[in-house]
Design a protein. Structure first.
Lengths: 727, 279
């Protein structure tokens, strides 16, 4: 057995060293300059990649770039930059020991339908070459929406909807009442879910510093491991800019009074404000981006006020051989009231006197460091270490009952391009979690994952992507489980304007420490531990057709199916209860359910009249079923839709958003309460004055009242004024 | 071409405005209420009273009488002022099978055996009244309850086992166990209300169960168990399925004499479904 292992290691070393050796001789350099067409302005920060290699560079402040150590031969260069159409330069000839000079021109555009994404394959790839269903939100779209939080941006993504703070990709999560999310959230490909409860805090993510958001739909555990049951959301933070740049955004808003007299609960005006400052620059090979943000609100219901603060720093260093090092750190404080639901339907914006002292706070710190090591044009490694600490406190006035939850993670990922039509991604991920509170004791656990994926280009327009991941997770002194997560994807471009894709893959989510060990009793609820909780698993099947009608207009039709097994749900002994003052409800997390979610998704996006008019529209039809009872799943709508027309005239922009979610058929607690579909219109007017943008928005403009979960009103009409300056 | 796009955009804006004009504001104040009056017709509150409340139960009988489901409750009722008190409960729009005034002992949780009175549909001959609350009928009034403090003012206990033989009728709704000084008479339905105490929380479709009822010290000549079908509307439709038999003369009702602070045990009842005719 040992001899066999040694032979395998030897072969691997031989393979890598052969590739290195083959590339050691006859190397040349590509130099060049990137300008904007037609203005001729030099463009800094353009990402230039040599296709078929791991080599690349970004243009400096003068638009110049240098890519060294390229084996002699003919190459294709790809140049991409936010706000510009990507450029592809074929037949770039590299000669031994010589520099090839290239001029690249990029055209300005506000929408790029085929951006580079990283989440689907764990390496950069054009969206049109991906076998999965993926949606991307670019920085320009985020800017246009003037969000107060990241989740407000995600609401516009096809197939995504929120049930309170819980994100759903095609109905994956529902509302889990304390159980974790079934969507993996990543920040720069690093998981940012708390180690004890598996929840995530949207406030940890800096709104001003987001480069791109990628949403991969369907199970993604073959690459990402636990929690990627229903999909993966990857928030990619901006890199430091070539030029020193300071960005300031100030926003202030006011909640309208409820339209019904009997719902008014205070005479004090209710409002909110947010200030963000960010500075970024590069000094030689060193770059940094630092941001500070403050967000306060009175809330629009009783005790939903909060004060939030966040600070982030991103530091980079680029080595001469193209390797890079990144250090990212973030801190977030979030303190405020906890509105647990109205007590009396006559006053839906008030809570019961007994709950009016419910306050809580969360402090989170997040660090990661990553070293991208380019060994050769055909091989690279990435090393990552990450740390996420969460400290809850003062929850229901019991401040001493919490200790920090800590998650320590590490990953080694390799990329190998052994042949011109083959890309291999492989690696190993480790995670160590600890959680400790009065309510679930002191627990620790680890996860180890080994993964590999091959992208094989059968023909110029046909790609096959098989992958496999093995995970073993274990809580110390608790249950251990091993899982295999395979996937297979195919991408076919029969015509230049047509993309067909299909994928199948499995996903899982290991039970969190809180789900297994939570054990406490309040006056009305008894929560019992269930240490034997198994991982919930899923299989996803997805097909899609993307068709470009013109260069500026496409539509996409997709069909999907997710089969879930052993879903972890709260087992309520009583299904229809009033939160009792005297009668106790016993609950525990259990592997309760087998479920199926299937549906269709239609998306179309286009811009016309020199980008003056834009329209994005998406509809997702979701059929969900508890396979044991044949009943619909809780907290899932059957239809979600989003429409966003916009008009740009000179310095003025007008945007309208319409979000629709059909009436939720089934809830867990108050079945007989009135429920309505969600129909929300937001309007925004933006005026650009040189480097300053002024924005006025009316959110929930038609004053529409709805609930996503029982007895908690969705955000009521509010007015926002914001200024963003970039210097 | 530009003109065409401008028209297109104008149409979109027009549609938006059109939709806006319909002005659907979603949820609106809708006060679903059950209202009525409580009449305290007999007795006085025992010293052990913590409080009393009206509960609205959607389903009856409950699956777990110790942990019953309710969709609305009145809050604590002030019973000190008058023998006639108005109440109201905010509820969800659905149908309610039982509106009940419950008594809570100072030292114990709410329990469905602490019944002071139930809404009978306004007709003394009806067993329990169903209340329908809906969008069309959001406020249901005159859900009046006649209450008797003596039902909870007890100083002794009777307990025993109930055994079942044969197949349970599928449309069994509830079993009513009642203790009487004098056996009730079908010809006079009012006599059914003369019970000392009663319990309708017995588990159904089981081989055996047990009961424990608080009573006042007295002599009880009839301890009977009645079957209630799902479609029953009148007290006269109750089916007597068993009673405590005289140990010396099986087939005849037995007599139980209880003294103050005494717990009289082994007052057992046997039910043989094979020998009973159900409607």
């Amino acid at each position: 057995m040992r001899i066999k292992l040694k032979i395998q290691i030897f072969l691997l070393i031989f393979l890598i060293s052969s590739i290195l050796k083959a590339q050691a001789n006859d190397k040349g350099t590509i130099t060049g300059v990137v300008t904007e067409n037609p203005s001729g302005e030099k463009l800094p920060g353009v990402n230039i990649q040599v296709e078929g290699t791991v080599l690349g560079a970004s243009s400096d402040i003068e638009g110049n770039f240098v890519i060294r150590n390229i084996p002699a031969g003919n190459y294709v260069l790809k140049a991409t930059m936010i706000g510009h159409s990507p450029a592809r330069i074929p037949d770039v000839r590299v000669l031994p020991a010589k520099a090839t000079n290239i001029s690249i021109q990029l055209e300005e555009t506000t929408i790029n339908f085929d951006p580079l994404i990283v989440t689907a394959n764990k390496m950069q790839k054009e969206l049109d070459l991906i076998p999965n269903s993926v949606s991307v939100v670019a920085a320009t779209e985020i800017r246009d929406r003037y969000p107060l939080r990241v989740d407000q941006v995600l609401e516009a993504v096809p197939g995504v909807n929120f049930i309170r703070d819980q994100v759903n990709i095609r109905g994956s999560t529902g509302f889990t009442i304390g159980a974790a999310n079934r969507t993996l959230l990543l920040l720069d490909e690093v998981p940012v879910m708390t180690s004890d409860t598996g929840q995530f805090n949207w406030d940890l993510l800096p709104v001003l510093d987001i480069e791109q958001i990628e949403v991969v739909k369907g199970a993604g555990s073959a690459l990402w491991g636990t929690a990627a049951l229903g999909g993966v959301i990857n928030i990619i933070s901006k890199a430091p800019t070539e030029q020193g740049k300071t960005m300031i955004r100030v926003m202030a808003g006011e909640y309208d009074e409820p339209r019904y007299e009997q719902w008014k609960w205070t005479k004090t005006p209710l409002g909110f404000g947010r200030v963000d400052v960010s500075h970024s620059r590069k000094i030689g090979p060193f770059g940094f981006r630092i941001s500070l943000g403050r967000h306060v609100s009175t809330g629009y219901t009783q005790i939903s006020d909060f004060k939030r603060f966040n600070a982030t720093g991103k530091f980079t260093y680029k080595f001469k051989n193209g390797s890079t090092w990144i250090l990212y750190s973030a801190y977030n404080y979030n303190g405020g009231g906890i509105f647990v639901g109205w007590d009396n339907p006559l006053n839906p914006l008030e809570t019961s006197p007994a709950n009016r002292k419910n306050r809580g706070e969360i402090k989170m710190a997040n660090f990661y460091t990553r070293y991208n090591w380019i060994i050769s044009p055909k091989a690279a490694f990435r090393f990552r270490l990450s740390y996420l600490m969460t400290l809850m406190g003062n929850q229901f006035i019991q401040s001493t009952d919490f200790n920090p939850a800590r998650g320590l993670g590490g990953e080694i990922q390799g990329v190998l391009l052994p042949f011109s039509n083959t890309e291999i991604t492989y690696g190993c991920e480790l995670k160590w979690d600890t959680g400790s509170t009065k309510y679930f004791g002191d627990h620790r656990g680890y996860t180890i994952g080994l993964f590999g994926q091959l992208e094989y280009q059968i023909r110029n327009n046909l790609r096959l992507t098989p992958g496999l991941r093995y995970d073993r997770y274990k809580l110390i002194d608790g249950l251990a489980q091993s899982l295999l997560s395979p996937r297979m994807g195919i991408n076919y471009k029969p015509f230049e304007s047509t993309v067909l894709r299909a994928s199948a893959g499995s996903g899982f989510r290991a039970a969190t420490i809180a789900e297994r060990y939570l054990d406490f009793e309040t006056k009305s609820v008894v929560v019992e531990a269930n240490p034997d909780l198994r991982a919930e698993t899923s299989w996803s099947y997805d097909i899609g057709w993307r068709q470009y009608i013109t260069k500026n207009w496409f539509f996409e039709i997709g069909a999907f199916r997710n089969d879930f097994t052993d879903l972890i749900e709260i087992d309520l002994r009583q299904s229809e209860i009033q939160f009792a003052k005297d009668i106790k409800v016993a609950v525990r997390f259990k592997n309760l359910m087998e479920a199926r979610i299937q549906g269709l998704e239609f998306t179309s996006s286009g811009h016309w009249w020199n980008d003056r008019i834009r329209l994005q529209a998406t509809t997702t039809i979701i059929d969900h079923e508890d396979l044991a009872t044949g009943e619909p799943l809780t907290y899932r709508p059957n239809v979600i839709a989003y429409v966003n027309p916009s008009l740009r005239l000179g310095a003025w922009e007008f945007h309208a958003d319409y979000r629709y979610a059909s009436r939720i058929e089934k809830v867990k607690l108050f079945h007989y309460d009135d429920r309505v579909p969600q129909k929300v219109w937001n309007f925004r007017l933006i005026y650009h004055l040189r480097n300053i943008d002024f924005q006025f928005a009316i959110n929930n403009a038609l004053d529409y009242y709805y609930t996503q979960i029982e007895r908690t009103m969705g955000e009521i009409r509010n007015f926002t004024f914001g200024i963003t300056g970039e210097f | 071409m530009k003109k065409y796009y401008f028209i297109l955009f104008s149409v979109i804006i027009f549609i938006i405005i059109l939709i806006s004009c319909e002005i659907d504001h979603g949820l609106y104040p809708n006060n679903y209420l059950i209202k009525g009056t409580l009449f305290f017709v007999r007795g006085n509150p025992p010293d052990s009273t913590d409080r009393i409340e009206v509960f609205a139960l959607k389903e009856f009988p409950p699956k777990d009488p110790q942990n019953f489901l309710y969709l609305g409750r009145s809050g604590s009722i002030d019973y000190s002022e008058d023998r006639k008190v108005n109440y109201e409960i905010q509820v969800s729009p659905t149908s309610y099978q039982l509106i009940v005034l419950l008594w809570k002992h100072k030292n114990y949780d709410w329990n469905l055996t602490g019944i002071l009175g139930v809404f009978t549909g306004g007709d003394a001959s009806t067993f329990s009244g169903t209340v329908e609350v809906s969008k069309e009928n959001p406020v249901v009034e005159n859900v009046n309850i006649f209450s008797n403090w003596e039902r909870v003012n007890k100083d002794a206990f009777i307990s025993g086992a109930i055994t079942y033989e044969g197949k349970w009728p599928e449309d069994t709704s509830v079993l009513l166990l009642a203790i009487y000084n004098v056996k009730p008479n079908k010809e006079n339905e009012g006599t059914y209300f003369s019970f000392e105490n009663f319990d309708y929380t017995q588990r159904l479709f089981v081989d055996s169960s047990s009961y424990r009822l608080a009573v006042r010290s007295s002599v009880y000549n009839y301890i009977g168990l009645f079957w209630v079908g799902k479609n029953i509307t009148k007290l006269s439709d109750l089916v007597e399925i068993g009673f405590y038999e005289n140990p010396d003369k099986l087939g005849d009702p037995g007599t139980v004499e209880v003294s103050t602070a005494e717990h009289t045990k082994n007052i057992d009842i046997h039910v043989d479904f094979n020998k009973i005719e159900f409607p």
